[in-house]
Design a protein around this ligand. Sequence first.
Ligand code: HEC
Ligand code: HEC
Length: 420
Amino acid sequence: MFKKRKTNPVAVAVALGATLMTGCTSATTSVVKSESSSAHMMVASMESGTLVAASRVSGGQGVNNPPLAALGPVPIPPDNPNTPAKVELGKMLFFEPAVGGDTSTPCSACHEPDQGWAWAEDISRGYPGTVHWRNSQTTVNSAYYPRLFWAGSVPSLEAQAKSAAGGAVAGNAEFDIVEARLALMPEYRKRFNEVFGDEFPLYRNAFRAIAAFERADLVQRDAPIDNYFNGDKDALSEEQKRGMALFNGKANCIECHNGAMATDFDYYNIGVPTLPRWDEDGLAQITYRYEMYAKGSNEEMYKNYKEDPGFYFRDKNVWNKGKFRVPSLRYTMYTAPYMHNGTLMTLEDVVDFYNQGGGNNVFSANKSDLIKPLGLSDEEKEDLVAFLEAFSGDEIEIERPKMPGYAPLFTKAELMMEKK
Ligand code: HEC
Ligand code: HEC
């Protein structure tokens, strides 16, 4: 029999505040290994002739999982160090309409600071004329994830920003046009030159600056749970402390939501139900079909599915259908609705969902056997919800940067000089 993998190197590194990303590439490799663990385990156990249930077997209530912990310093890749000037530039670019296709979709359009740096609808707004197909995640603390997006499809914030800005139903930007626009804004020419030495702003550096901003300003390390683990035992109320005991014990959340980020960064199907909106909203349905097609599904799936196969699109293994990355519980007080398709409206709904043993969807064959009815009383449910709130500190508010304007590339006098 195989044992559930107990040490999650990423979660431990984050808990210890270690500088995890010793380079984009090494971070990627270590993570890929950990992620495909369930697939590896399955193969391993098949070889030894004792095929146990496809993914995880519970090692018992919360035993050997990395404990919840205070969040350490943000990991910074050595090939994109943070500097104040870069962070400031990244902040401007996060709000900069010129970084999207028709200049209506800056990052902040779907990661609205007043909506938890996310978008408060089930599925996100999309590029004009489209609706997105997944819930918009918060960008708060995303710097700690080894892989980004609900299905973990990209390995770094730099790559993520590029994929968001260029994605057809998100930013839909043409990067040569973005560069042309930035070149016509003297303020950006100056700043890209100072920060990156660019003669004219390069879009790849725009994404490096945005990533630096996220690592500097969109981080929260002083939530009540941090203060508690940093020694302030009064940071949690009695109710929250009871909730924590449930989290680690009877409710068994710790099996997947563990370590300082309250996630093991792995992928599970917990039976999140179908999004009714895909039946009712034509535009949303079109995006769903488009994504199914673009990500490579067979005809049978394309014609008949009404569900997001999630992690399956990463490796096309049937046992990964309907699995999603365990999201952090941090900052979730501000990021309703919940789950990859936003079908659960409140943290109370989430707790009810787990208490009844999760849900069902067409991929239920892959549902994790860690998800089962919990038998929590009303009071216990309240305690657990109260504890979930301890993962969020104050709302992160920043002063929105002033957007620079366009100006001709050369003044008439400069052109005259060139002619001479
Ligand atoms: C039109 C809406 C839209 C725009 C514009 C947009 N995003 Fe997103 N963002 C989303 C959605 C929806 C997701 C989740 C998508 C998924 O998982 O497939 C997401 C996910 C993310 C994540 C992943 C967080 C996590 O937990 O893994 C980050 C980081 C992020 N966006 C940053 C950005 C940045 C930076 C920009 C600008 C360059 C941007 N986004 C532009 C909608 C948008
Ligand atoms: C088997 C692993 C597993 C266990 C056990 C588990 N979760 Fe989750 N949790 C997940 C996954 C995976 C998701 C995302 C699922 C999706 O979107 O389809 C999730 C999503 C969530 C979310 C939504 C976060 C967001 O940003 O949308 C909350 C809140 C949450 N879980 C709380 C809990 C609580 C409380 C418990 C214990 C009662 C628990 N979870 C137990 C794996 C787990």
